[in-house]
Design a protein around this ligand. Structure first.
Ligand code: ARG
Length: 566
């Protein structure tokens, strides 16, 4: 909470704890009557050999309080601090409105790089809901880290190498239909791949043909290479449509193929350190508490694991990241545990900077997605459906709105994104289109609508959002006003916690709380029709809310469209 800094300042001189440690202990009292910020004294009891309650009593009298802190009382084992609300409100409004583009940000990550591996689909396969989650979470994390001053390297580690490309080439040469590629390249490549598998069951020679093509590809054969490049380009063009809709960009598309000539160095290093062990013809690294990590197949081919190790080393050498995140579904957690453990066994000091940011399964209306046969949920269909529903909803609310098409897109896509990010990332989530698109529930459209409402109030007052200043003496005495202020005050800490835990939902929660507090404020407190003093203060409050929601939406990867809203 924004006001926590003041509490930390007051407490720090009396405690054997760092400001950060104090901040982590601060709580909100269960009843606002008790105070606004609580510091629990349990942790000090052992060290000081005193009862927590007597520590609290002693601390409460010793604290040197400066505005906006107005009082300290001991309640059981807690020291409760009370804020002078008008002073606190003024401080917050001044802070937000003086530098709106810095609100919630900091320079704590300056000089540090973070690599974020996300999206990372397999070439010639459709993007599925796992990739959607990875893309949505990865994009939010990249913006959150950037907000705290980190240099962010967004990496799309394409699955563009492996024996399946030999099969694809073999299949394409037999049954590929150039004319169908234009419309939907990935669908056509999938058709070829599926047919290859079906026919290979009765014609084993096909498998050998596929293997031969992959060998040629690995050896740098011109025809094989050209076909592979073409397949990759076509797939990327297909992905680009979806990625544009989701408004994501990457700094690197170095995928598995990029590492195909860097695997040998990994194998050599493991060999030199005596870590490679022969097992049923394959080469593996044995690990404690988990199955061995496969490095080379019996035919000498490298694996997904090998390429991930090569990639981690290359990223380390190229970017020197302080943290390296892999936003990939939790189903791959063993893979990452193995890869990280191999790097640790190599004695690399940076092994501890690698982190698998896993997530649960996404279902659409209760259905889980299957990739091979069966119903495939295409990501494009999910987005298209959300956009269509948003268009209907808008037409219902304000028929014939200007720019409805664009707004429907940002609301539809926003609904999908927010539905994901409002939940714990490790949980399995469900996408119910009607629920996610609703303007009333805990949804993206609800937050976007709250933002648009603020902007409309400002517009009607004849103010541009950057023009509003905090009044010298804001009259913000009411409960709904304070509730809105304190919801917003949680914003900077939410950004920090979201980064520390790689959990964007912490921020989504604060945006929902702020939007809800705004509804209540809006219902209870007139703005434009209020008396002069209250009007100015409330306009400043509305402007600060608009800043908070706009920035928060941006960090989560949503747009903040302006639309008719009253
Ligand atoms: N291509 C993989 C898939 O679609 C995900 C890759 C994730 N990133 C990584 N560095 N392994 O399942």
């Amino acid at each position: 909470m924004f006001f926590h800094d003041y509490a930390i300042q007051a407490l720090a001189p009396h405690l054997p704890l760092s400001p950060g440690a104090i901040g982590a202990l601060l709580e909100t009292p269960p009843d606002r009557v008790l105070g606004d910020i609580a510091f629990p004294c349990y942790g000090l009891a052992q060290k000081w050999r005193k009862a927590p309650a007597s520590i609290a009593t002693e601390l409460a009298t010793k604290l040197d309080l400066t505005s906006p802190l107005a009082g300290a009382t001991a309640v059981g084992p807690y020291v409760n601090l009370r804020l002078d609300r008008p002073a606190a409100g003024k401080l917050l409004l001044e802070h937000v409105l003086a530098k709106p583009d810095a609100w919630g940000g900091s320079g704590e990550g300056e000089g540090c790089t973070v690599c974020i591996d996300f999206c990372s689909p397999n070439v010639a396969r459709p993007l599925h809901l796992g990739h959607l989650r990875s893309t949505v979470i990865g994009k939010a994390l990249s913006r959150l880290y950037a907000t705290l001053g980190y240099r962010v390297v967004r990496i799309n580690f394409l699955g563009d190498w492996g024996t399946q490309f030999g099969k694809l080439i073999a299949g394409w040469k037999r049954w590929g239909d150039q004319s169908k590629v234009q419309d939907d390249p990935i669908a056509e490549l999938v058709r070829v791949y599926v047919r290859f598998h079906a026919e290979a069951k009765t014609a084993p020679a096909l498998e050998a043909e596929g293997r031969a093509w992959f060998k040629r590809l690995e050896a740098g054969d011109r025809e094989a290479r050209a076909l592979w490049e073409w397949i990759r380009e076509q797939s990327l063009a297909g992905f680009a449509k979806t990625l544009t809709l989701l408004d994501v960009e990457f700094d690197s598309y170095a995928g598995e193929a990029f590492y195909h000539d860097k695997n040998q160095a990994v194998v050599d290093l493991l060999e030199a350190r005596g870590l490679l062990v022969e097992s049923e013809g394959a080469k593996v690294v044995e690990l404690e508490g988990m199955p061995p990590c496969l490095i080379l197949k019996s035919d000498g081919a490298t694996l997904y694991e090998t390429r991930d190790i090569a990639a981690a080393m290359h990223r380390q050498a190229t970017y020197r990241p302080a943290r390296s995140l892999y936003v990939v579904d939790s189903g791959q957690s063993l893979h990452f545990r193995q890869v990280f453990a191999v790097i640790e066994r190599l004695g690399e000091p940076w092994a501890g900077n690698l982190e698998h940011v896993g997530f649960g399964v996404m279902r659409v209306g209760g259905k889980r997605l299957r990739t091979r046969a069966g119903e495939v949920v295409y990501l494009d269909d999910v987005l298209a459906q959300a956009i269509a529903l948003a268009r209907e909803e808008l037409e219902l609310r304000s028929p014939g709105m200007d720019g409805a098409e664009e707004i429907a897109r940002s609301i539809g896509v926003g609904a999908v994104i927010f539905n994901d990010l409002r939940q714990h990332r490790l949980h399995d989530i469900d996408f119910d289109p009607d629920e996610a698109i609703s303007f009333d529930g805990e949804t993206g459209p609800y937050v976007q609508y709250a933002h648009a409402r603020c902007r409309n109030v400002l517009r009607r007052a004849g103010l541009a959002p950057g023009e509003v200043e905090a009044p010298a003496d804001p009259v913000l005495a009411g409960e709904p006003e304070w509730a809105l202020l304190s919801a917003m005050a949680a914003f900077p800490a939410a950004v920090q916690t979201a980064v520390r835990r790689n959990e964007p939902h912490v921020l989504a929660r604060v945006l929902l709380d702020t939007a809800k507090a705004l509804s209540r404020f809006y219902h209870d407190c007139p703005v434009l029709k209020a008396g002069e003093g209250a009007r100015q203060a409330r306009l400043a409050l509305v402007a600060a809310t608009a800043v908070t929601l706009r920035r928060g939406l941006w960090m989560l990867g949503l747009e903040a469209p302006l639309m008719r809203a009253d």
